[in-house]
Write a protein that binds this ligand. Structure first.
Ligand SMILES: Cc1ncc(COP(=O)(O)O)c(C=O)c1O
Length: 375
């Protein structure tokens, strides 16, 4: 059948480039260094207990979109908590980070507008831009001079947007949002920051602008996820009341999709409270990441670390990344090999992520295993 020939041909091409992907269920006993659960909240016993205590009062599903009848008290409370946490006027919670970026970018832009986007932005931002009718201009990764040059070269009577990851998901570096914001002011642009990996981690857990001592205002849109350091699922957009009102009315990925389950929102809410009340979790994981980096930086690979719990061990080729991953797995550790198209060609890597739940003994064992495989 013609269609099956197409599927087989594409899969063969992927296999030939060592880019074939398989989902794995980790066996018991394998230590996971590939989770975005930086604060160890996805298995938090106190949240599990509270959930058990409250489960009688929580519906298992929301039953409809938020715009029909799926908007629940727990989601309303979560949005209030997030607004307060991010010091913003208002907030909307949506199904996932992917849906947040795709829906936000495509709803607030028109064909008269220009979106300036960092070349390493997450796929969900890229897809949001693809769905938008605005002109897209890609600037070099976190390169302020290149961004300014492109802002000068590209003019419009419409709106200008600059969009960047706060903490870059694969690189682990922090966007120079202080400098980018200055350009946004100068060129009357709106700045969209994806705080998926910054939430709970930098700026005292509140995200990238707070890392730079900045405060929210109506030129800044803060998006974040509940699926990484918050240890739950879902995402949020924080901004002015006017913006959130607009999104409630125009954002298709909030309107035409079923609301998150109250159970999920309950978990997000409880874990968010822990993030606010237990800053030592964040300080602890940052220390652990530094310790891991300090102990592997001398190996014969380029090791990237920028002060967050994401450490990249650059293998360059996909083949080496797979080899490294499989050898570590034999030693009892799971560190996923990240390959194109998730990272640019020639930049395959092991992306090691540290969690509050990793005891130092496990980190020490991983250091030993990495050194042995690197040899
Ligand atoms: C920077 C960034 N933005 C958005 C997302 C999407 O978030 P979610 O997994 O909640 O869809 C991710 C992760 O997957 C991410 O790393």
């Amino acid at each position: 059948m013609k269609f099956e020939n197409f599927l087989n041909k594409k899969l063969s091409e992927i296999r030939a480039k060592n880019l074939y992907r398989k989902r794995v269920v980790l066996s018991d006993g394998i230590i996971n260094f590939s989770s975005n659960d930086y604060l160890g909240l996805k298995d938090e016993p106190s949240t599990k207990q509270k959930l058990c205590k409250n489960i009688e009062n929580l519906s298992l599903g929301s039953g409809a979109s938020t715009h029909i009848s799926g908007y629940t008290k727990v989601q309303e409370e979560l949005e209030k908590e997030l607004s307060f946490f991010k010091e913003s006027e208002d907030c909307i919670v949506v199904g996932s980070g992917y849906l947040a970026n795709v829906g936000l970018i495509s709803s607030i832009t028109t064909k008269e507008d220009i979106i300036f986007s960092d070349e390493l932005n997450h796929a969900s931002i890229i897809d949001g831009i693809r769905l938008s009718k605005a002109k897209k201009v890609i600037y070099k990764h976190n390169d302020i001079e290149d961004l300014e040059k492109k802002l000068k070269e590209n003019k419009t009577d419409g709106n200008i947007f600059i969009v960047t990851d706060g903490v870059f998901s694969m690189e682990g570096d922090i966007a120079s949002v202080d400098k980018i914001y200055k350009l946004a002011e100068e060129y009357d642009a709106v700045l969209i920051i994806d705080d998926a990996h910054a939430t709970g981690i930098i700026g005292e857990g509140k995200g990238t602008i707070f890392h730079y001592g900045m405060k929210p205002n109506n030129r800044i849109i803060q998006m974040g996820t509940l699926s990484k350091a918050v240890g739950s699922y879902g995402a949020f957009i924080c901004g002015s009341k006017l913006l959130i009102d607009f999104l409630i009315n125009k954002m298709r990925t909030a309107i035409f999709t079923t609301a998150l389950s109250p159970v999920q929102n309950f978990i997000s809410l409880e874990n968010l409270k822990i993030i606010k009340s237990h800053p030592q979790r964040r300080l602890d994981v940052l220390e652990k990441a530094k310790y891991l980096y300090e102990n592997i930086k001398e190996i014969n690979f380029n090791v990237k670390y920028y002060g967050v719990p994401i450490i990249s061990l650059i293998t360059e080729t996909a083949e080496k990344a797979i080899y490294f991953r499989d050898k570590l797995l034999e030693k009892g550790f799971f560190v996923q090999a990240i390959r194109p198209p998730t990272v640019p060609e020639g930049e395959s890597r092991l992306r090691i992520t540290v969690s509050y739940n990793h005891p130092y003994e496990e980190i020490d064992k991983l250091i030993k295993a990495i050194k042995e495989v690197a040899k």
